[in-house]
Design a protein around this ligand. Structure first.
Ligand SMILES: Nc1ncnc2c1ncn2[C@@H]1O[C@H](COP(=O)(O)OP(=O)(O)OP(=O)(O)O)[C@@H](O)[C@H]1O
Ligand SMILES: [Mg+2]
Length: 506
C-alpha cells in the first residue's frame, strides 16, 4: 500500500556548478513500499539530485526543500543522511581497492568501528550482510582481486550497514550478471515489502518496467513528467523531447567470402592464481570490415578474449598464435597491440580508462599524443581540432574541453573514452560494453556511428551483455560458454534465442 505522506520528497531543488545549472526547480516524491524509477538522458541531473538527497551535496550548496516523512531536513554530511535512513549505491564505484570486502562494507558509514572491531568480528558482520543479500563473496578478499561485478556487490552491501528507509540505486546493474540482477531485484522486492522507499536510476527500460511502480522523468535538470503506466515510447519522448526512430542501423547483407584481417589460433588463457582455464583453445577469423560479436553469459570469457588480444591480463598466462593480414604478429603488450593497429575500449572506465584528475581534452588524446605531437611539443591546435570533432560527433555534454573528467556525468565519461579510441583511427577496434551507462538517444547515435566507421573500413570486435546490441549490429557472432567456443552464427542464424540456446546449453 502506498501511504499518503511520501517517505521522501524533494521540492524546487536547484543547483549550479560554477554558474552552470545542473538542477532547476526539480521535484520528486518516493513512497514507502514502492520503487520510483528516475530516468533522463546523460547529464540530465539524476546523480546530482540523488547526491542532494543523500547528503553529499550539503545544505547551502543547493536551494529547495528536502522532506523526510513530511519533516524538513538539512544534511551537513552523508552521515546525517544515513542517520535519517537514506542510503545510496553510487553509479561510480568508490571502493578502497587495497582494503578487504568487509573493511569496505563498514568503512564509510562507521569509520570509528574500524579501529574498534577486530577483523574477525568485522568479517563475521560482513558475512551476515552478504549472506542476507545472497552475495557469494568472501569478506576477507581484497577488493582489487574482485571482478567489477563483484565490486558492485560490495558497493550494494555497504548500503545495508544501517537501517534504511530510502535506498537509492544509481545504475546498479551496469556490471552485474543476469543472476546477480535477479538477486538484486529479489532484494528490492523484499525491501519494498518491508516498507522501504526505493529510487532506481537506469537507462534500461526493461529493468524499469520490471521493478518500478512509477517513473519520474528529468530533462536538463528539470522535472518533465511522472508516470504510473507508460509505454517505452512515452518515456523516451519525455526524456529526449522528441521521438527516436531506428535505434539500430538497418542490418546489411554479409559476404562471408571476405578476406581475413586477423586470424586467431589456439587461444588459451589460464588464471595463474586459481590454476583455472578461462579460455580453452579458441580459434576464429576476423574478416575485414565486419562486426564480430562475442556473446556468452558473464564469466564465459568474453572480456578475457579481448584482453588476450591486447597484451593479456596480468594474473593470466596467455598462449595464442595471431596473424594480421596473413603475417604472424605478437600482441604481447598493449603497446605492441596499438602498434599493430588495435584499439581497446575496456569495460572498466575508471580502472583502466580514464584519468579522473585530467580534463576532457587530455583524456581523449592520451593515446594519440604521438600523432598530434611534433618535435616533442604537442600541437595544441591540432589536438583541439580532434577533440572538438569528437565532442560534436558524440555530443559530449561538457562546459568545455578543459573540464575535469571527474565532473562529467557517467555517460559522458563513457563517450570521452569512446572518442579517445576512435580518434586513434585503428584498424581493429575492440569494444567491451561500449554503451554501458549511455542513454537511449546517445546509444542510437553510437550505433549509427559504429556502422558508419565499419562501412568506411574499420573492423570491430564487440562484447556486450545487451543481446539486442549484439543481434542488431553483428555480422557474425561467436558464442562462448565457460571459456569454450560453442557456436559461430551468421546471417539469419543470429537471434537472441539462438545465442542463448548455445550460451546455456548443457
Ligand atoms: N562536481 C561537479 N562539478 C561540475 N559539474 C558537475 C559536477 N557534477 C555534475 N556536474 C554536471 O551536472 C550535470 C548533471 O550531471 P549528473 O551526473 O547529475 O547527470 P546524470 O543524469 O546522472 O547523467 P548520467 O546518466 O550520464 O549518469 C552534468 O552536466 C555534469 O557535468
Ligand atoms: Mg549519473
Amino acid at each position: 500500500m502506498i501511504s499518503e505522506t511520501p517517505t521522501v520528497e524533494l521540492k524546487s531543488i536547484s543547483k549550479s556548478f560554477s554558474g552552470v545549472k545542473a538542477l532547476e526547480n526539480m521535484q520528486l516524491k518516493a513512497f514507502a513500499g514502492s520503487c520510483l524509477g528516475l530516468m533522463g538522458e546523460n547529464g540530465a541531473g539524476k546523480s546530482t539530485l540523488m547526491k542532494v538527497l543523500s547528503g553529499i551535496w550539503v545544505k547551502g550548496t543547493y536551494t529547495g526543500d528536502l522532506l523526510v516523512e513530511g519533516q524538513k531536513l538539512e544534511f551537513e554530511n552523508p552521515i546525517d543522511a544515513s542517520k535519517a535512513g537514506i542510503a545510496i549505491i553510487h553509479q561510480e564505484l568508490s571502493l578502497f581497492k587495497e582494503l578487504s570486502v568487509a573493511e569496505n562494507i563498514f568503512m564509510q558509514r562507521f569509520p570509528s568501528w574500524f579501529g574498534i572491531l577486530q577483523s574477525k568480528k568485522l568479517n563475521e558482520k560482513a558475512n551476515e550482510i552478504l549472506n542476507r543479500l545472497g552475495f557469494k563473496l568472501s569478506p576477507e578478499k581484497k577488493v582489487k582481486d574482485l571482478s567489477i561485478g563483484e565490486q558492485q556487490l560490495v558497493e550494494i552491501a555497504r548500503a545495508f550497514v544501517s537501517k534504511v528507509k530510502v535506498l537509492i540505486f544509481d545504475e546498479p546493474t551496469s556490471a552485474l550478471s543476469d543472476k546477480e540482477i535477479e538477486n538484486l531485484f529479489r532484494l528490492i522486492r523484499d525491501l519494498k515489502a518491508k516498507g522501504v522507499a526505493c529510487i532506481y536510476i537506469s537507462h534500461k527500460l526493461p529493468e524499469i518496467r520490471e521493478i518500478c511502480d512509477c517513473v519520474t522523468v528529468i530533462r536538463d535538470g528539470q522535472w518533465v513528467a511522472d508516470f504510473e503506466t507508460f509505454t517505452d515510447e512515452q518515456i523516451i519522448e519525455a526524456m529526449v523531447g522528441r521521438k527516436i526512430e531506428n535505434v539500430f542501423p538497418p542490418k546489411r547483407p554479409f559476404n562471408s567470402a571476405r578476406e581475413n584481417l586477423l586470424e586467431v589460433r589456439n587461444l588459451n588463457v589460464i588464471d595463474k592464481n586459481l590454476n583455472h582455464k578461462i579460455l580453452d583453445d579458441i580459434s576464429f577469423d576476423l574478416k575485414k570490415g565486419e562486426i564480430l560479436g562475442i556473446s556468452g553469459l558473464m564469466g564465459s570469457g568474453r572480456s578475457e578474449l579481448l584482453y588476450s588480444l591486447f597484451g593479456g591480463l596480468a594474473h593470466c598466462k596467455t598462449q595464442v598464435d595471431v596473424s594480421l593480414e596473413s603475417k604472424p604478429i605478437s600482441l604481447k603488450s598493449p603497446r605492441a597491440a596499438i602498434q599493430s593497429g588495435l584499439a581497446f575500449l575496456t569495460e572498466d572506465r575508471k580502472g583502466s580508462g580514464l584519468v579522473l584528475e585530467m580534463d576532457v581534452k587530455s583524456n581523449m588524446t592520451l593515446p594519440i599524443l604521438k600523432k598530434v605531437s611534433q618535435a616533442l611539443t604537442i600541437q595544441f591546435k591540432k589536438e583541439k581540432e580532434v577533440v572538438d570533432y569528437y565532442q560534436r560527433l558524440l555530443r559530449i555534454k561538457t562546459p568545455s574541453i578543459h573540464f575535469k573528467i571527474r565532473h562529467l556525468s557517467g555517460g559522458n565519461q563513457q563517450k570521452v573514452i569512446l572518442g579517445r579510441w576512435l580518434s586513434t583511427a585503428p584498424k581493429i577496434l575492440l569494444l567491451d560494453e561500449p554503451t554501458r551507462g549511455i542513454d537511449v538517444s546517445a546509444k542510437a547515435e553510437i550505433y549509427h556511428l559504429i556502422r558508419d566507421l565499419v562501412d568506411q573500413g574499420l573492423t570491430l570486435i564487440l562484447v556486450s551483455s545487451e543481446l539486442p546490441e549484439i543481434v542488431s549490429l553483428s555480422d557474425r557472432v561467436l558464442v562462448l560458454q565457460e571459456g569454450k567456443k560453442v557456436g559461430l552464427l551468421s546471417g539469419n542464424e543470429i537471434s537472441q534465442e539462438n545465442i542463448m540456446m548455445r550460451a546455456t546449453a548443457a
